[in-house]
Design a protein around this ligand. Sequence first.
Ligand code: TYD
Ligand code: MG
Length: 475
Amino acid sequence: MARAQSRYVCQSCAEVFLRWEGQCRNCGGWNSLVETLIREPSKGIRAAGPRAARLATRGGESPEALARVTDLDLPRLSVALPELDRVLGGGLVPGSVVLLGGEPGIGKSTLLLQAAAGVAAFGTVLYASGEESAAQVRLRATRLGLTDGPAGKTVRVVAESSIDRIVDLAMAERPNLLIVDSIQTATVDDLDGAAGSVGQVRESALRLMELAKGNGSSGPLGRAGAIAVVLVGHVTKDGSLAGPKTLEHLVDAVIGLEGERFATLRLLRATKNRFGSTEEVGVLEMGEHGLSALGDPARAFLAEHVDGAPGSVVAPTLEGSRPLLVEVQALTASSAYGTPRRTASGIDQNRLALLVAVLGRRAGIGLGSHDVYANLAGGLVLDEPALDLPLAIALVSSFRDRPVREGTVAIGEVGLLGELRSVSGLERRLREAARLGFSRAIVPRASRGGQALVIDGLEVVAVATLREALERALA
Ligand code: TYD
Ligand code: MG
């Protein structure tokens, strides 16, 4: 078969070039040329998306009244890891493509091998690794204790990075689940670009999408024989998935595996999910034999909490329907040089800067000549506004060198005027705090229309302003 032709297309002005150039000669944009396949007209329809292809072959669908459209009864492929199933929305959907992102070494391959073993109990899996040899994959499987189980027989491994070969193999074997580790090592023969280049990543993903959506087969989702595809994607230093943003738009779900590489806790979170909620999180622990669920995830991020240390306070956060108690830590130190530092990890840096300003203007706590550091224990990353109040309390606790009163948790959003704003799901958060043995909670008064919240074993201190909250929180 003749090799398909590729051209370099400018991503800003769509001008087409024969060769790669650093700058587009048409619009002047830098680094905007991406190697792209030139498809023939008949294939052109397919390029517009698998759905368009299906419409074309079937001669079109006619619109139907909303109430009459048949329900999608999504069959799910459970991966037998409850935490991953939960984040997926109940398991993998056959015919869908999921992107699993995470920093190198965080445990993506481990998680997927375990998921493969879960599926192996009742289905077949093809694990294509472009990063490791089959022997390396086996070594890991042995470490995870999977080689002797059903996985030893029904998980088939191939060290392959050519997408054309992987698609051929998958078409021949029709596994229930295809794992491609990773999309950055995948290449299609028709493009010259190196693995990991925007063109290669996009084209590889497109072909795997076509495979999953099953070109030619009829019916929407859940057809017998539809393949669920999971792609591994690496995350760059700044936390975004490497490769084109379009990759995230293409796939049906994007799931991130987060955590500190040298700590054991891992958080699974969906940033996009066409077949489920993006609110749910999964909590896992990396151990000697792979990733496992925790007995009590709510207290996972509290493990090392010491009562009575200045600069630390516990916040009852809510991720989806799961309450997590998290230790917020802060440190202030007079700065030696001109501009004081504002360093945050796990928390939005701008939010920290804003809180420092509000503390200065509305609570009389001047941190203008202090370096400020803040972080969440356990390598957790959260962007909940309700973390404002615990963060402010931790800052002042460190600044004044006064610990937070024993057994206290705090939650609330802080406004620019130093007022406290209500948070969602307050009752759930506080019940969880009480269950884990906390005895006092500082919360915004505005919550629940001013009505006092009564929770067994918990003294609920409702306050209206940041100033008041600080007074009540510190010992
Ligand atoms: P890996 O799944 O290879 O990460 P990724 O595919 O995201 O790059 O995980 C690598 C790390 O996990 C490595 O540092 C070793 C550790 N690990 C364990 O702690 N326990 C285990 O059972 C396994 C298989 C790996
Ligand atoms: Mg890996």
